[in-house]
Design a protein around this ligand. Structure first.
Ligand SMILES: [Zn+2]
Ligand SMILES: [Zn+2]
Length: 833
């Protein structure tokens, strides 16, 4: 009777074995290629959930696979440990955030260890550790020196429930990203990081990240939001300073038929001076200047205006454009003057209809047969399209035309191209307790003074009371706030804001290279050896926040001389969600599967295998209890197969022949083994398609069972050797996915060193050759036919087949062949008679 497959006993045993031997602890080795694989570190919320397990299992397969491929692999784990939930939990359970956080870390670390991940645990870090954030404070001070950190009064997004400021990235549709409360605007003194200084580089470097998902690249491009606009100057018909407008729609300039000025525009009154219109213009301007006009209210009022009596010239068409003063143009937006394009702007359209001004269509919707006609228009066509009636630019698409027209205007001296970004500076101040203190002191005499490096870290005091009322608890703690000014020694106050926790996660991946380094944030030789991360794995929800900030921070650290790289993550994989009954697992939906329960019932290997097998990593995965049971049965089947071949296997060597000495059936089986090695390698290497890789091994095991039944091992001396070769290949191929059962079987086969140090198998070219091939048969140098041969056939077997073939026998005429000549790599024989 073979031993029972008892996963938990095996798993605990091998986890201990690996840890005791430090098999996953990396150190720099200039003689081996390095590979840095990283999963986004978790927030220590209390328990590992199935989404984590999927994320980390993918990373672990990559780490183990790359180790077997000969890479020096760094695969660390840590904790994104500051943040609001700790404070909320503190209030709810009367527990200090530090205690809550560290208890959760202890529990979750044990969970991760039970899952058998090949982490380099000695590198573990927690961002709430002063030994971590002291370096962040130092980086902050360096950024302050370079003007990359600054303070200004700003209307900020304020979450009334979380009682804190939110970055723009943290407001989703007007609501707090964390609690969904409606965000309000509040005017406060806030710290910012000048991410806009890197806007262009953050955008253009996206072109050099071919191994990032297109969707993430698109989201970052959109977030940075570079748009090209144009400033255009319209000369006055009567001479003098031209009128300057700003537009994002330079493609419509051929349709500009009049000009609208804000009532506050300096030309509004001066143009009409001394003309019959003067009195009317003055009445209009006085009236509308007195009104409280905001962009919101403009939608409500009816569009009104008054002709100034003056004209300007459209610089591209030469048209005389009447100049109006209009109540819907605002001075504080743009230049206070608007080129009116009634066919393609709804407000201009309504205005033109009211005052009977010309409307000229210059953009046609793309791909429609029905052309826009001025007479038939009920409203403006505001979308992009194809240019018509636009001189040399006719036929261009709007986007191309915007650039081309701006360039033309610049060339002619009538304007210039302008660049705008949606990206705003990163607001990092948080009026919260559980975060890294901002290392700044305010002195009545010296003003703002950065904390000197020797006084770092500014340690977050632990003796606070967290009530959730009255703002930050730090502000109420005199022992923290009241200090002597580092410059003059006079009385001074500490900054009480803490940093957004996204600051910690913007550089932790670099600190893993040297978590114990005490001379600075990063140890140059170590960080330059490991950086960048070769493969980063995490959720798509971080497409803008974390992934953009990390890219920004990497560039800043490069400019501070701390790293050589410009981009932190070479390849990015965004894994899909784990769904149950079509919905993301959530306590509130009651559809959560707890990893702990699953490990108890089936073991870690089954859990890992299911998460890898059920879907490709980037796709959502639907939970299936049957699927889990099926994966467990598969491992049981592998276990039984191995044990059915034991104990004979222990003393049998792996087959080392070329295939000439084995029967066709055995040859075919061996061919399948090597084809599987090739497929699994390609599936993992090219695309991390673990599901198809696993399916291929499952097929191989089916074929293995058939081979064991059908091939007589007594008759076939090499059979046991081929079976041993196959069994070892299967164990090696499955090791990254199910390392515990793999290691157990490996040792059962008689090996005494860890499977984790054995190289990845390589498919042998001769075993990959298709087993059946055609042999051309000549008689005395003339082709007379062909026969089917098998790779395992001896030459004598093939010759006998040729000599007995009915077609060829006709040409041999019953004679005894003088000799048989082989040619073309066993694909041709010539029978000489
Ligand atoms: Zn909130
Ligand atoms: Zn001072």
């Amino acid at each position: 009777m073979p031993p029972r497959y008892e996963p938990r006993a095996i798993e605990v045993n091998w986890q201990k074995y690996w840890e005791e031997r430090g098999l996953f602890n990396a150190s720099e080795d200039p003689n081996r290629p390095k590979y840095y694989v990283l999963e986004m570190f978790p927030y220590p919320s209390g328990r590992i959930h199935m989404g984590h397990v999927r994320n980390y299992t993918i990373g672990d397969v990559v780490a183990r696979y790359k180790r077997m491929q000969g890479f020096n692999v760094l695969h660390p784990m840590g904790w994104d440990a500051f943040g609001l939930p700790a404070e909320n939990a503190a209030m709810a359970h009367n527990l200090h955030p530090a205690k809550w956080t560290y208890e959760n870390i202890t529990y979750m670390r044990d969970q991760l260890k039970a899952l058998g991940y090949s982490y380099d645990w000695p590198r573990e870090l927690a961002t709430c550790d002063p030994e971590y954030y002291r370096w962040e404070q130092l980086i902050f001070i360096e950024m302050l020196r370079r003007g990359l950190a600054y303070k200004k009064k700003a209307p900020v997004n304020w979450c009334p429930k979380c009682l804190t400021v939110l970055a723009n990235e943290q407001v989703e549709g007007g609501a707090c990203w964390r609690c969904d409360s409606t965000v309000v605007l509040k005017e406060l003194d806030q710290w910012f990081f000048k991410i806009t200084a890197y806007g262009e580089e953050l955008l253009s470097d996206l072109d050099h990240l071919p191994h990032w998902p297109e969707r993430v690249l698109a989201m970052q491009r959109n977030w940075i939001g570079k748009s090209l606009g144009a400033e255009i100057r319209f000369p006055l018909a009567a001479g003098g300073e031209p009128i300057t407008v700003f537009t994002t729609r330079a493609d419509t300039v051929f349709g500009a038929t009049f000009m609208s000025l804000a009532p506050e525009h300096p030309l509004a009154l001066s143009l009409s001076r001394g003309t019959p219109q003067e009195a009317e213009v003055r009445r209009f301007v006085d009236y509308w200047r007195a009104q409280n006009r905001t962009r919101g209210l403009l939608e409500e009022i009816s569009k009104e205006g008054v002709f100034t009596g003056a004209y300007c010239l459209n610089p591209v068409t030469g048209w005389r454009m009447p100049i109006y003063v209009a109540n819907f143009v605002l001075m504080e937006y743009g230049t206070g003057a608007v080129m009116a394009v009634p066919a393609h702007d709804q407000r201009d359209f309504e205005f033109a209809q009211k005052y009977d001004l010309p409307i000229k269509v210059v953009i046609q919707p793309p791909g429609t047969k029905e052309l826009l006609r001025t007479e038939a228009m009920a409203e403006a066509y505001e979308e992009d399209g194809v240019l018509v009636d636009s001189g040399d630019f006719t036929g261009l698409a709007s986007a191309a035309a915007r650039a081309a027209i701006a360039a033309y205007l610049e060339d002619q001296g009538w304007g210039r191209q302008t660049v705008n970004y949606r990206l705003r500076d990163w607001l990092i101040s948080r009026q919260r307790y559980w975060g890294a203190p901002i290392p700044v002191i305010y002195c009545q005499r010296c003003g703002m003074v950065p904390v000197p490096e020797k006084d770092l870290p500014v340690v977050l005091p632990l003796d606070v009371e967290i009530t959730g009322e009255g703002g930050s608890p730090l502000a109420q703690l005199a022992s923290f706030t009241d200090v002597a000014c580092p410059a003059c020694g006079g009385p001074a106050k500490r900054e009480v804001d803490t940093m957004d926790t996204f600051v910690e996660s913007s550089w932790y991946f670099l600190r893993y290279a040297c978590p114990d380094y005490s001379q600075g944030p990063l140890d140059p030789p170590r960080v330059n050896y490991w950086a960048p991360v070769d493969q980063y794995i995490g959720g798509i929800e971080h497409a803008v926040l974390h992934l953009l900030y990390s890219r920004f921070f990497t560039k800043v650290l490069r400019d501070l001389g701390l790293v050589r790289i410009s981009e932190p993550f070479q390849r990015l994989l965004t894994q899909g969600m784990v769904l149950k009954e079509g919905a993301k697992m959530a306590k509130s939906k009651g559809n959560v599967v707890d990893p702990d329960d699953l490990i108890k019932a089936y073991g870690t290997d089954t859990t890992r295998l299911f998460l890898l097998f059920a879907a490709p990593p980037e796709k959502d995965l639907e939970w299936s209890d049957q699927g889990v049971a099926g994966c467990h049965r598969f491992l049981q089947r592998l276990w039984n197969l191995a044990h059915s071949l034991l104990p004979d296997m222990v003393r049998i060597p792996v087959y080392r022949g070329t295939g000439d000495d084995i029967s066709p059936a055995l040859w075919d089986f061996r061919h399948k083994v090597h084809k599987t090695i090739k497929k699994v390698t390609e599936d993992i290497e090219d695309s991390f398609h673990f599901n198809t890789a696993i399916a291929a091994v499952m097929e191989l095991i089916n074929a293995f069972y058939l081979a064991v039944d059908n091939i007589d091992r007594q008759q076939n001396k090499a059979a046991n050797e081929v079976f041993r070769e196959a069994l070892e290949a299967i164990i090696l191929l499955l090791n990254p996915m199910v390392p515990h059962i793999a290691e157990e079987l490996w040792h059962t086969l008689g090996h005494t060193t860890s499977l984790q140090e054995v190289p990845w198998p390589v498919a042998q070219p001769e075993a990959l050759e298709e087993p059946a091939f055609e042999v051309v048969v000549q008689v005395n140098g003339k082709k007379r036919g062909s026969i089917e041969a098998h790779a395992a056939d001896h030459e004598a077997v093939i010759e006998a087949k040729a000599l007995t073939d009915a077609n060829i026998r006709k040409w041999i005429l019953g004679r005894e062949p003088k000799k048989i000549v082989w040619a073309r790599n066993r694909r041709l024989i010539n029978i000489v008679i």
